[in-house]
Design a protein around this ligand. Sequence first.
Ligand code: DGJ
Length: 327
Amino acid sequence: MKRTVFAASLLLSTLFAIAQERTFIDPGGIWPDDKGNHIQAHGGGIIKIGKTYYWYGEERRQGLDREYRYVSCYASKDLMNWKYQGDALKQADPENLGQRWVLERPKVFYNKKTKNYVMYFHLDDAKYAYARVGVAVSKKPQGPFRYVKSFRPLDKESRDIGQFIDDDGTPYLVFESRPTKGFYIAGLSDDYMDVVKEVSFIHAPLEGGAIVHYKGLYYSIGSAMTGWKPNPNKYATSPSLSGPWTEFKDIAPPATNTYSSQSTMLIKVEGTKSTTIIYMGDMWKPSTQWDSRYLWMPVEIGDGKLWLPEPKKFKINVKTGEWGLSE
Ligand code: DGJ
């Protein structure tokens, strides 16, 4: 009898915990989705369609079929509570790349003209020698996405990718290219299916590239290339996407290795009262990837400076754009 009561109260408290609204973001903590599972959207990217944010990323939950690579999709209205939308992409090796083929850092753009959701991702073999982007499309944000093709953007080797959507809606792909030791900001074709224009080449060997436009300046951030290990991420600014870009400077005290994280995106929350820029980073756990965490934290930004303060639990109001520490 006692046992039944205990089991029932455990079930109730679990259900209650799952149903409870989250009122904060806990950088580095377990981040449960609406089903109570830790969010699986590593190396991710976020787009906003109407009032809904969609978060896409590498799905690395335990027990996945190793034949496939998965991209997950989550939806949220407030950036704190995320509803799992399922596997947006479940992909078998599309180009005979071998058992340990790689699909990383998916990013999705929405094309208003074609009404297509266009997903880009880093496609590679186990040696990271293929160095291409893969492209998949869907009519719905949550997928299923259909693989279309792969290519080298601007005919260049491409590994980590990032995405930037300017204030006027123009989409850009950011990609790291080792032979020229830097990263490109490139424009897409009208249907978003191709990378057609070199907008900028930034001569700094950085990956995990991300960009934001804030009060007349473009800020780009990236990490050094140290595999899954964190390093001091850096930023540069420019009045125009095409440059000239300043030298790169630290975004956090170098000894913290960006508080053990690696950049993947800068989220701009423009509200009625304020604009907040959130640094979105991955805290990788290479041998237990499913347990990798997310480090999100509003940055101090303006007048050519960008600084990631020590991460602490915070809340964000996407309507007003204001944020504050939680508790
Ligand atoms: C660093 C990249 O940023 C990650 O996306 C991943 O490719 C790892 N390297 C692999 O070592």
